[in-house]
Design a protein around this ligand. Structure first.
Ligand code: ADP
Length: 452
């Protein structure tokens, strides 16, 4: 506000000084014009008479100015105030500049202190007939008083404007600072974790924009906060079962006597649950790492799809060896088909899809892995003829900790993070993963990647 007032003062002073100057100039030119016109009139009268002194006195009352008639040598031969020179003595006195100019045929002007009058005078001299010149003089005090009154009015006007400007500045500054204080109070509330910000200002100015941005930020923070809470409770929930189980078995082991067979069995349960926790932690860390790397990972290499798929099926087959109703695997992949991918990531995705098909496909499931090129993309499909996934679950199947059949998934040691990780991995390789399923018929997951 101080700078605004300073600016107003500077602008006011500059404007006042300029106006004052131009008004003063105008007054002076007006006076000069009047005196010049009147001097010409007086000059015409000169031809009519030889009584210059009397003429000067008479005309002086008409034109309200001192009238002096001067001859060619600069001697005053007529003066309304009786200052007629002694022809002999005055010849030596210096001829005033305005008279000299008049004698040379032009209009002479000068402002000078007059000792006789004891005040500053404005003189205008014009040439007249028979080598004479006429000079009119008025005291500058006349226009000075006009100037002073104009200046007074100007000062009053600029003071009033300045006052108005200051009052306006105070009002604007108050309103602005009140609105800014409100905003900062809202920001403080958000900082404290209270995201229920008041409705944002509708005003189209910068503060309005800031307020709306703040409101948006608050809603985003609220969402993030809700997600964080949900995530924490999900993790706690996931950990509770294996931890409770480990605690129970460990307590029983330490508290009671038992035979070696039971002891081994208990220890195996503890080990299984510890593995489950370890897997959950690993999965969480991987998911976190994938979410952190906002920049897409470059597809690292050209990979033969068939090679990776062979690895995946070998691993799945080996783990299912003990199963009497072993899953059957079918492969339909052109040997030369290549994708642009990170080989480890690709293997992890496919392993997860094939393992899921085996886990949830039920006894005697057939898992078919096929791949085909469509333009610049390659689609790798993992299909099973298992029970399928109910339509209600499909949209959320890739969510963290989401399980379509939670009993079965937990029993299978699943963390509910496999598909979430697969989806993120696919995205990090500029890929995309999709699911199609029909209950009772089976499920097909399709991974799409850039062709290599
Ligand atoms: P999990 O660790 O539980 O296997 P995933 O994220 O890999 O977690 O899978 C999420 C859920 O999707 C599983 O719990 C399961 O209910 C369902 N699901 C995944 N693949 C299949 C499939 N091939 N057939 C039927 N259900 C499946």
């Amino acid at each position: 506000m101080a700078s605004y007032v300073a600016l107003a003062v500077v602008a006011g002073v500059i404007a006042s000084v300029t106006i004052d100057r131009s008004l003063a100039e105008q007054l002076e030119t007006q006076l000069d014009r009047r005196l010049t016109a009147q001097a010409h009139v007086v000059a015409r009268w000169i031809a009519q008479t030889k009584h210059y002194d009397r003429l000067a006195t008479r005309l002086a009352t008409v034109v309200a100015a001192r009238v002096t008639i001067v001859d060619a040598s600069g001697v005053a031969i007529g003066d309304s105030e009786g200052a007629v020179d002694d022809p002999g003595a005055a010849a030596h006195a210096p001829v005033p500049s305005e008279i000299r100019t008049a004698h040379s045929g032009h209009v002479g002007r000068a402002t000078r202190y007059s000792a006789e009058r004891g005040q500053d005078m404005r003189y205008v001299a014009v040439p007249a007939s028979s080598e004479l010149a006429v000079r009119l003089g008025v005291p500058t005090a006349e226009i000075d008083s006009t100037k002073a009154s104009l200046r007074g009015q100007l000062l009053a006007a600029s003071s009033v404007s300045l006052l108005i400007a200051v009052v306006l500045a105070v009002i604007v500054a108050r309103t602005l600072s009140r609105r800014l204080r409100q905003l900062s109070a809202v920001a403080e509330q958000i900082g404290r974790g209270n995201y229920d910000t008041p409705p944002p200002s509708r005003s189209p100015d910068e503060i309005g924009i800031l307020s709306r941005t703040l409101h948006m930020t608050a809603s985003q923070l609220r969402q993030i906060d809700a997600m964080r809470r949900e995530f924490l409770s999900d993790v706690a929930h996931e950990l509770r079962t294996p931890v409770t189980s480990i605690r129970g078995y460990a307590e029983t082991l330490t508290a009671s006597e038992m035979d070696d067979g039971t002891r081994t069995e208990f220890l195996q349960v503890i080990h299984r649950n510890a593995l489950r926790i370890a897997r959950l932690v690993d999965d969480l860390l991987q998911l976190q790492a994938l979410e952190d790397s906002a920049i897409k990972r470059e597809a690292t290499a050209k990979v033969a799809a068939a090679t990776i798929i062979d690895h995946v099926l070998a691993t799945a087959g080996a783990s299912a060896i003990a199963d009497p109703d072993r899953p059957r695997f079918e492969v339909g992949v052109p040997p030369a088909l290549c994708v642009l991918a990170d080989p480890d990531g690709l293997e992890q995705i496919l392993q997860n899809l094939v393992d899921n098909a085996v886990k949830y496909g039920g006894t005697g499931v057939t898992v078919r892995v096929s791949a085909a090129r469509h333009g610049q993309r390659v689609a790798i499909a993992v299909a099973d003829n298992g029970p399928g996934i109910a339509e209600a679950h499909l949209p959320r199947i890739f969510d963290r900790f989401y399980r379509a059949d939670s009993g079965r998934s937990r029993e299978q040691g699943g963390s509910g993070l496999g598909l979430a990780i697969a989806k993120k991995l696919a995205q990090s390789m500029n890929g995309h993963i999709d699911v199609q399923s029909e209950q009772g018929r089976g499920t097909t997951f399709t991974l799409e990647l850039p062709a290599g």
